[in-house]
Design a protein around this ligand. Structure first.
Ligand SMILES: Cc1cc2nc3c(=O)[nH]c(=O)nc-3n(C[C@H](O)[C@H](O)[C@H](O)COP(=O)(O)OP(=O)(O)OC[C@H]3O[C@@H](n4cnc5c(N)ncnc54)[C@H](O)[C@@H]3O)c2cc1C
Ligand code: FES
Ligand code: FES
Length: 1266
């Protein structure tokens, strides 16, 4: 095989020749670096988020095969002869128009921060191309299982994409294709199709060792390469997606790309029903094949539905079943494919380097020495008559998630008697490190009937007696996985029983979610006030849809630019004795390593003393001890892993709040207690009293743009481009750590790819460290944190807990609340989210007496910080938990307890805020009607009677959300330009998806009397936004709008006065030109400090009600949000579509918080175990409410704010605990059935993940009947 040093492929129709690419150079790194196509984003680098999706086209025979792939995983070496299409190839300002998909995104307002948008567009484009523009709405919805959006709540994205489905308004196939690839351009490298390739590269430079990449096309070539490579490390490469799960595998010397070997991508279904699948058949191709031949073989449908739940669409488009099997064998991976196929008794054909081959069983494979062995294919025998095949996977969320456990069953069952006639095959994954075969159960079942309940009990007992009890840190408790094993066996019995199963028990098999989702949005606007109250399109949405919107990591690469990677501590609490960076500093491309010693100023990025790099005491595993600076991100990352810290332990790591409380580990300076009335007396006088404890966890912000900064040393200071929500904090942090004047630090922020509070204070550490690196090297340095470091190093939402005592009477009227509220600040308490939180505790309830003490807990975890609705979410959850507890104690409906305790208009709340405009009771009634609560409640009761193993329930949660302006100042600098009268504004708010720029432009346009299209919003800078507040707390859009109003009003007055002599018919442009020509200043600065009227604690209250219906699978704990209705008083919204988007985004972020997002720590080491997309699970497109109805209260101008609007970023999220309570009511319904006489009260903490929910309602073995 002739060797070469070049890979040839096209990108958007243009040929590229890449010489000497290393096997680990990804398409994403190359695209963003070389041709500088930065529309393709990068977030996780592990196939888990979809920000990086591009389309790869290859020839398959005479046809073209298009597929969406994760460019962060796809190797450049694998591109030889392929065509790549990126977002830039679709449409944009360069091409003079938008692609129809981009247009639909714009029309549906389907982008907030925009970081996920190019990936979404490319995923849809690939879907349409690969299906010939013929997709159903359901196919569209299920194809977005690999794309995360943290901002929008997915609804507008799905609407935009589904509008292109065949049921709605598909575009003409010709309009779909502005791309370069028509499959017939002269000179296209795809003429090299299927050709062998031997690539030699020198990743560490010409003097370093060479690495070989082979792409054989025949078995003979393959075996001969294997034979030649027996003395070196070899890695077979198929889809190369395993590196998304195992990111730090050591490099090999020889890579053998097996995807083009003849026969290895074939599927052959014999007329007998025997199926042979080549090892390089991807999961997507297999799914398509099974779908097309569904009626041919009995198990195809069941297998197909399982395969669709492996990974996500772009991963499945590359991932092969053989790669999946090998991961299980090599790395003890819990493989869904291996479990699924094992029960079908396949044989694997394997080839060895010595030229021999063998056919082996799954049992042989599990003990095979896999070194230099390649899987060629798998053959599955035709299923016997009357065979029943079942396969299950239980997950934390509905898609793109590893299994808690999986199982497969295959048996021949007499359809009349239910007797199992041959030894069945039963396998479990996730109960131990390797696949587990329940051989005892298989033997037990032979000759017995699945219709016999005593056989079922016997089988379950046999299973449990032999089941391994292996702890798995992030896959639920051993008890939960034992329940799953038993319950999945039960599900198999129901399936095998078929028509003999009781109709109520069939619910064991019904999927938890079917069909597609839908949503409605309802709001009003006042055309006379336009552009105010108008749903003006987001200013940036076209740039976001085309990938032209620039984030920090997309800024043009500067001459000499370097890249920084944090080095994180691996032990804590500990003394950092020394750091050995010698190996790292000798690695290719590394310029230097810096640590605390390199800090010329103060080692702190906060006003207090939170260190940029650890000086001597390490407080938590993941704390930054230094930074490697190198010529590429890859080199920096590789070297960062080679830096070794030496530590002396100073104690045991405490990561849980309960352990910290037990150890008396608290921060000083907790806010004062909430004391209202005489709680002791009121408690003593209460007829009833209860005590309880409830808690809610942490939450990672999951901003799709991770923390980033670019720092450029200047002759007199530093230019800092930071992804911060807080310019002043970054300016201070950089100045104080460098020991230079604040005035010499120029901070610029154009936009963020999401913030959610995580970039208010924490971005300052990243900016300060980057500035230190830039200073140390005297060169520009960029840091774009990888997801692992972002999760390990940076603090998140505080976890909270409350011990409470409640006094109430027989009617459910609550008289007194006493208790202690704990909040885990992490190791440093400087981001105080406790302050003021207790003032939200009352939520909507008038309770006369309170005595609640706050305590700030100290743990060995990253300093926790602000996260959307930081103090209000736990406070209101605690109150609602107490309401639920009271209701259960009295056997009363929680809704009745709620309404009985509602405040009344005109009363004062516990903060002393007069409730002059109180309208919760009206909202409650209105939502009860619009959400059809009464009739749905009846339907739920019928559903629960008919379905033994699925339960449904609803919960309504109201809110009174006091909005505090904190005296926050904001500025807006407005300039009008003489030549054409257009306007530029630089305000102090940070655009991060919430539409602050669009709202400011609307205000400016309305005030100046010109169209919004004449307004341009510029980046925020430390010069224009000097001494202003952070963007957060839901208040910034209003305050920036007000500052813009002030600036524009002053400017308008000046222009009007100066042009008073002109005729009234003079146009805006004529007036502007006159002023410009007369030397009149056409710019103005507005300043507005958020103040409250009448010295009230809050500027005003936001009100709303949410009703959520949830379905629970009793046997697995999986939930589905069936419907969510939310009515929110948004005042007179400045831009209703933007505000609806905020509500929907907040709802889905809230659902993630309550149902799937979980931060777990390793108990012994204190290390965060959930630091990537593999383990941390925010909602995806199939996790949103299946029916989401959002309404903004109509005709409801806010009398307490000049613009008549109300804040919207946070308040809707506080009501999403209704999902947790609905899940709790589902469990109650189940317990009532299995424990006649009523279920006892139980507290439910957040997050209520499937493993938590299920263990509360596990039925006894006797309850499992056919
Ligand atoms: C984001 C993400 C989510 C995922 N979710 C799931 C999930 O929910 N469930 C699940 O089961 N899996 C999941 N996976 C794993 C995924 O299914 C595997 O990565 C994939 O199947 C591996 O196939 P591949 O072709 O990419 O293998 P590669 O990455 O190319 O190879 C994987 C291993 O197999 C070896 N290998 C590959 N082909 C052969 C062959 N023919 N003969 C011998 N050795 C071979 C390689 O040398 C390597 O050791 C996920 C992966 C990602 C990235
Ligand atoms: S960056 Fe590629 S999937 Fe996240
Ligand atoms: S718009 Fe999707 S992540 Fe921000």
């Amino acid at each position: 095989m002739a060797s070469t040093d070049a890979v040839i492929f096209t990108v958007n129709g243009r040929t590229h020749v890449v010489t000497n690419p290393s096997p680990w150079l990804t398409v994403n790194d190359w695209l963003r670096d070389q041709p500088g196509l930065k529309g393709t984003k990068r977030m996780c680098g592990e196939g888990g988020c979809g920000a990086c999706v591009v389309m790869v086209t290859e020839t398959k025979g005479e046809a073209l095969e298009h597929r969406a792939v994760n460019s962060c995983l796809y190797p450049v070496c694998g591109l030889h002869g392929a065509a790549v299409t990126t977002i830039e190839g679709l449409g944009g300002s360069n091409l003079g128009k938008l692609h129809p998909i981009q247009e639909r995104m714009v029309q549906h307002n389907a982008s907030q921060c925009g970081f996920c948008t190019p990936g979404m567009v490319m995923n849809m484009y690939s879907l349409l191309e690969s299906t010939g523009n013929k997709v159903s709405a359901a196919e569209v919805e299920h194809s977005f299982d690999g794309n995360i959006c943290r901002c929008t709540g997915y609804r507008p994205i799905l609407d935009a994409m589904k509008s292109l489905s065949k049921e709605e308004e598909p575009v003409d196939i010709e309009d779909l294709k502005p791309t370069g690839c028509k499959g017939n351009c002269p000179g296209c490298p795809r003429v090299a199709k299927e050709s062998s390739l031997h690539l030699v590269s020198f990743p560490d430079g010409d003097d370093g060792p060479s690495v070989q990449w082979y792409r054989p096309t025949t078995e003979k070539e393959l075996v001969s390469i294997m034979a030649e490579s027996t003395r070196v490390s070899v890695r077979f490469v198929a889809g190369d997606t395993a590196k998304g799960v195992y990111k730090n595998l050591p490099p090999a010397s020889v890579y053998i790309d097996v995807t083009k070997v003849a026969g290895m991508s074939d599927i052959n279904l014999a007329s007998s029903g025997e199926l042979t699948i080549g090892a390089c058949v991807t999961l997507s191709v297999l799914i398509q094949f099974l779908g097309k031949n569904m009626s041919s073989v009995s198990y195809f449908g069941e297998l197909l539905s399982l395969l669709k739940h492996i990974a996500n669409t772009p991963v499945r488009n590359s991932a092969t079943w053989a790669g999946n099997f090998m991961m299980a064998r090599r790395y003890y991976f819990v493989s869904d494919a291996l479990t699924a196929f094992a029960a079908l008794a396949p044989t694997l054909r394997i080839l060895r380097a010595d030229g021999t081959e063998a056919s082996i069983s799954i049992e042989d494979f599990l003990v095979l020495n896999v070194a230099n062995v390649v899987i060629q294919s798998m053959t599955i025998p035709a299923p016997a008559l009357n065979s029943v095949y079942a396969v299950h996977k239980v997950m934390k969320r509905h898609e793109n998630c590893h299994a808690y456990a999986n199982a497969s069953f295959h048996a021949v069952v007499n359809p009349d008697t239910g007797v199992v006639t041959e030894q069945p095959r039963i396998y479990y994954g996730g109960v131990q490190r390797t696949l587990y075969r329940a051989a005892d159960v298989e033997t037990y079942l032979v000759g017995k009937s699945v219709l016999d309940n005593s056989v079922l009990a016997g089988a379950a007992n046999t299973l449990l007696a032999g089941l391994p009890q292996t702890p798995m840190a992030t896959s639920g408790s051993v008890a939960y996985r034992s329940h799953l094993a038993e319950n999945l066996l039960y599900k198999f019995f129901i399936q095998a029983a078929g028509k003999h199963a009781s109709p109520r028990n069939i619910s064991a098999l019904s999927p938890i979610r079917t069909g597609t989702s839908s949503g409605t949005q309802s709001f009003d606007s006042v055309p006379a006030d336009y552009p105010m109250t108008e749903s003006v399109q987001k200013l940036e949405i076209r740039a976001q849809a085309t990938g032209e919107a620039v984030y920090i990591s997309d800024l043009p690469i500067l001459p000499g630019q370097l890249y920084g990677k944090f080095v994180l501590a691996t032990e804590a609490p500990a003394k950092l004795d020394s750091i050995d960076s010698s190996v790292a500093e000798s690695m290719p491309g590394v310029v230097r390593f810096i640590s605390a010693e390199a800090i010329p100023g103060r080692n702190s990025f906060t006003r207090a003393n939170e260190e940029v790099f650890v000086d001597s005491e390490v407080q938590y595993v993941g704390q930054a001890i230094g930074m490697v600076i190198a010529d590429s991100e890859y080199n920096a990352e590789r070297a960062a892993r080679a830096v070794v810290g030496k530590y002396t332990s100073t104690g045991k790591s405490i990561t849980s709040m309960k352990d910290a409380i037990a150890a008396g580990s608290f921060h000083t300076g907790a806010p004062s207690a909430l004391v209202v009335g005489n709680a002791d007396a009121a408690m003593a006088a209460s007829k009833r009293r209860i005590e309880g404890q409830v808690s809610c966890g942490s939450q990672y912000h999951f901003h799709m743009e991770t923390q980033s900064a670019l720092c450029v040393p200047l002759e007199d200071g530093m230019d800092v481009f930071s992804s911060t929500q807080n310019i002043a904090s970054v300016q201070r942090a950089v100045a104080q750590s460098l020991g230079i004047h604040a005035g010499s630090v120029n901070v610029t922020v154009k936009r963020l790819g999401g913030g959610f509070g995580g970039k208010i204070s924490r971005a300052s550490q990243i900016a300060a460290a980057t500035a230190l690196a830039a200073k140390a090297c005297n060169r520009p340095v960029q840091v774009h944190m990888d997801i692992d470091s972002n999760l390990l190093m940076v603090g998140k939402r505080y976890p909270w807990m409350m011990d409470y005592e409640v006094g109430f009477d027989d009617d459910g009227l609550i008289k007194a609340v006493k208790g202690t509220v704990f909040a885990d600040a992490g190791y440093d308490g400087s981001d105080d989210t406790m302050d003021g939180a207790l003032l939200w505790l009352d939520n909507t309830y008038n309770i006369a007496a309170w005595n609640v003490t706050p305590k700030k807990v100290k743990t060995n975890t990253a300093s926790n910080t602000y996260c959307r609705a930081p103090g209000s979410i736990p406070a209101m959850f605690f109150m609602e938990s107490m309401v639920e507890h009271v209701a259960k104690t009295l056997n009363m409906s929680p809704d009745l307890v709620r309404t009985r305790n509602f405040y009344k208009k005109g009363e004062k709340d516990i903060a002393g805020q007069p409730l002059t405009y109180w309208n919760v009771d009206t909202l409650w009634e209105e939502l009860s009607q619009s959400a059809e609560v009464a009739s749905r409640q009846q339907a739920i009761e019928v559903f629960n009677k008919e379905n033994r193993w699925k339960k449904r329930a609803m919960s309504r949660v109201p809110t009174k959300f006091g909005l505090d302006y904190f005296g926050a100042p904001f500025s807006a600098h407005v300039a009008v330009y003489g030549p054409d009268g257009t306007v530029a504004i630089s305000h102090a708010g940070i655009e991060m998806g919430q539409g602050i720029n669009t709202k400011a432009a609307q205000v400016a346009a309305a005030t100046l009397g010109i169209p919004v299209s004449m307004i341009h919003i510029k980046a925020a800078t430390a010069l224009n936004a000097a001494n202003t507040a952070e963007t957060g707390g839901s208040i910034s859009s209003e305050l920036v709008s007000k500052a813009t109003l002030v600036a524009c009003t002053g400017l308008k007055e000046r222009i009007d006065t100066s042009t008073a002599h002109m005729p009234s018919t003079a146009t805006w442009l004529e007036r502007v030109r006159f002023c410009s020509g007369s030397g009149i200043d056409l710019s103005n600065r507005g300043w507005y400090q958020g103040t409250h009227t009448n010295s009230n604690p809050f500027a005003y209250n936001c009100y709303g009600v949410m009703c959520t219906e949830v379905e629970l699978d009793i046997l697995t704990g999986e939930t589905n949000v069936v419907r969510a209705d939310l009515l929110y008083d948004c005042g007179r919204s400045v831009n209703p579509e933007i505000d609806v988007g905020q509500v929907e985004g907040a709802v889905v972020m809230g659902l993630g918080y309550w149902l799937s997002e979980e931060i777990l720590y390793e108990e012994q080491t204190g290390s965060n175990l959930t630091h990537n997309t593999w383990e941390y699970k925010p909602p995806m497109a199939l996790d949103i409410p299946q029916d989401m109805r959002v309404a903004l209260l109509k005709d409801s101008p806010n009398p307490l704010f000049a613009l008549k609007s109300k804040a919207v970023g946070e308040p809707p999220q506080v009501m999403t605990c209704s999902a947790l309570f609905a899940a709790k009511h589902c469990i109650e319904a189940a317990l009532e059935e299995f424990h006649p006489g009523g279920s006892p009260y139980f507290g439910l903490d957040g997050p209520a993940t499937p493993d938590i929910l299920q263990v509360i309602c596990q039925p006894s073995i006797q309850s499992l009947t056919v």
